[in-house]
Design a protein around this ligand. Structure first.
Ligand code: DC
Length: 227
């Protein structure tokens, strides 16, 4: 299937399977995958390591200056790097998850990530997942998808992911972390999580990834008149 050179924006709640879906879409159509959440996680890890965020989630304004030289990027396997160091595993821990929402609510952090995303997407043909890609970062994206799923399904996915990483999560804590992030992500002042008016909704509570791919393929065929 010959898909035009568009940007595909995939937004939605945490643990709705956005990144698995986005990666599959990218592989299917020969696009580059960009994980915007990984950049927010990278900034959060950096702030924690530099002592620029405290336990009550207050971010030190000095972070703004430090971001000028923070080199976050991805390798060919979609792994996240801070300079030479691979931080892919570290940014997925509960510790980082617990502070990423307040960090991502800070306007100068959002500008930093937006700048990086525009830089990485310069050559087009990208699939990007996040919270505000279709509403704020790329409002003119050629295709916008908004993902959702029931809280139970989402919590189970996140729980399984953490177990696979060798952590020992408590299911109820995973649920409350998700609820808390849903609230913070959709109520913050700067680019809150919301569905773009022209986004297509994908509720994958009861869908397999293959069904999701078949769905998006049909969507693209219909939208761009591809036979
Ligand atoms: O997709 P994720 O769970 O890795 O994202 C981590 C956090 O980053 C999430 O709680 C909200 C924030 N985020 C955001 O505010 N905007 C984005 N485009 C992507 C992520």
């Amino acid at each position: 299937m010959d898909v035009p050179d568009i940007i595909i924006a995939i937004d939605g709640y945490s643990s709705t399977g956005k990144s698995s879906f986005a990666k599959k879409v990218a592989a299917r159509f020969g696009f580059t995958y960009l994980d915007s959440g990984a950049l927010y996680r990278g900034v959060t890890l950096f702030a924690q390591e530099e002592g620029l965020i405290n336990r009550v989630n207050s971010v030190n304004p000095r972070l703004s200056n430090e971001l000028l030289s923070l080199d976050l990027h991805f390798d060919n396997g979609n792994r996240t790097y801070m300079g030479q160091r691979c931080i892919e595993n570290q940014i997925r821990t509960m510790e980082v998850s617990a502070q990423v929402s307040p960090v991502s609510a800070v306007p100068f952090v959002r500008s930093y990530v937006d700048r990086k995303l525009h830089q990485f997407a310069e050559n087009g043909r990208v699939v990007m997942d996040g919270r505000d890609i279709g509403t704020t970062v790329f409002p003119d994206a050629g295709l916008k998808i908004f993902m959702t799923a029931s809280i139970k399904v989402r919590a189970q996915r996140r729980y399984d992911e953490l177990v696979a990483r060798g952590e020992m999560p408590v299911f109820e804590e995973v649920v409350s972390n998700l609820r808390e992030r849903d609230y913070l992500d959709s109520h913050r002042e700067t680019s809150p999580l919301r569905k773009a008016e022209d986004a297509f909704v994908l509720d994958n509570s009861d869908m397999t990834i293959e069904e999701e791919i078949a769905w998006v393929q049909g969507l693209i065929q219909g939208k761009f008149g591809i036979r």
